[in-house]
Design a protein around this ligand. Structure first.
Ligand code: HGY
Ligand code: MN
Ligand code: MN
Length: 415
């Protein structure tokens, strides 16, 4: 039997790293709050660098604070293969969304190092900056800037709710990592593989261990600002009020009626909703809310997304409303050749598998337009994610790494 890299995967060390990484930003309810460019993330990044250096990885960072951990190949001048995902989380996120893919990448490189074999191309684990987009919107900033989808100066100007800019936080992170090698944005890459938890119920329901990801669904996001007029709750008559909350609620109701479909295939979410000044005796002056729309048909994403502004304007009442599009990412399909490698590697390892799409977004969405890209999923309990209850099993975690390690070594050996 040919020696396989996957025979050298250390499942115990993988699980230890996953649980230790979850400690950076651990919440009381067993989840993780490790927002992009936060101190918790800086500390987690330092741990990843230390773990990589234990077996000779070189750490580097680019101007968007994407973090690279490189296993040098026999021909270091060749463009490397990337094993990427993210370590930033939602505010009440789980231990594994994103973090699994970065730690799995590290475990795959650790297995290659343990095998004594050297890949032809270098292989680099990447922690892409701000995939989640909850502290700074939109998400996937690091991979978008690396691949040229967005400009660094544009994302640097984005501010969080407290007024802190991406630029200020990038400077803080990059200063903290000033001893790391500097890499340019968008250097040539041979390919990108991402291991991720499914964040949906299919694999668990079907009793499958490995998901061969066929592609990523379409997504459009918007920011809606409803502008009214602050007034005294006791003295201002309803007839003269310009109540931003009343208008915003009318918009939410009208949007749901216009966008939700009977077949329940459209994913429409208003996840962020803030009222100002948010004081009990003041008529709301302004409401800001998010719109997140997804579907695997580009036609549906386009036509329903085009309704958002029209519907908000029609429900504005006496207030003004501004609808700002944040992103529009059409659905995509990963190359069949990479999907076949994931499928064959899982089959060789005797792991059950199935093809499935990803309604959730990932950094691989932007890498797909930059280099040959593919993804593999492992199951998560009840399909629960973006929740402190997110959970996976050590054996599924290890199975995913075994597939990732074998596919990575194969792709890195390619001409
Ligand atoms: O929103 C998403 O799909 C990703 O998990 N951030
Ligand atoms: Mn993710
Ligand atoms: Mn996520």
């Amino acid at each position: 039997m040919t020696a396989r890299i996957s025979d050298h995967v250390d499942g115990r060390r993988l699980w230890r790293d996953l649980i230790e990484l979850a400690g950076f930003g651990a919440t009381d309810r067993g989840g993780v709050c490790r927002l992009a460019l936060s101190q918790e993330e800086i500390d987690a990044r330092a741990a990843l660098v230390a773990w990589g250096r234990e077996f000779g990885l070189h750490a580097a960072v680019d101007p968007a604070a994407n973090l690279f951990l490189r296993l040098e190949g026999l021909e270091p001048e060749l463009p490397p293969l990337l094993l990427g995902s993210h370590i930033d989380t939602q505010p009440t996120g789980g231990k594994f969304d994103g973090a699994y893919g970065v730690v799995a990448g590290l475990a795959a490189l650790r297995a290659i190092a343990a095998s004594g074999l050297r890949p032809r191309r270098s292989i680099e684990v990447v922690a892409w900056m701000n995939e989640e987009g909850s502290r700074f919107a939109p998400g996937m900033m690091g991979s978008a800037v690396f691949t040229g989808k967005r400009r660094l100066e544009d994302i640097a100007a984005v501010r969080d709710k407290g007024g802190c800019s991406v630029r200020e936080e990038l400077d803080r992170v990059l200063d903290n990592e000033r001893d790391l090698q500097q890499r340019p944005l968008g250097f040539p890459v041979a390919g990108h593989l991402e291991a991720h938890i499914e964040q949906g119920p299919l694999l668990e329901a079907e009793g499958r261990t490995i998901g061969v990801v066929t592609g990523i669904g379409g997504k459009r996001t918007f920011r809606v600002v409803v502008q009214g007029q602050a007034a005294h709750a006791g003295t201002s008559r309803r007839a003269e009020r310009r109540d931003a909350l009343v208008s915003a609620v009318a918009m939410v109701d009208a949007l749901q009626r216009a966008i939700w479909d009977e077949a329940d295939t459209v994913r429409f979410t208003i996840g962020m909703f803030s009222v100002e000044p948010n004081a009990p005796s003041v008529v709301p002056a302004r409401v800001t809310f998010s719109v997140d729309l997804r579907h695997d048909s580009d036609e549906v994403v386009r036509t329903l997304g085009d309704k958002v502004s029209v519907v908000c304007q029609s429900a504005r009442g006496k207030c003004d409303v501004t609808v700002t599009p944040l992103l529009y990412d059409p659905p995509l399909e990963f190359p069949a050749a990479i999907r076949a490698r994931v499928r064959d590697a899982a089959a060789r390892l005797g792991l059950s598998q199935q093809d499935l799409p990803s309604p959730a977004g990932h950094d691989s969405r932007y890498l797909h337009y930059f280099c040959p890209t593919g993804m593999l999923f492992i199951p998560c309990k009840g399909g629960i994610s973006h929740s402190e209850d997110e959970s996976i099993t050590p054996s599924d975690a290890e199975a995913g790494v075994r597939v990732l390690a074998d596919v990575a070594f194969e792709l890195a050996g390619q001409a």
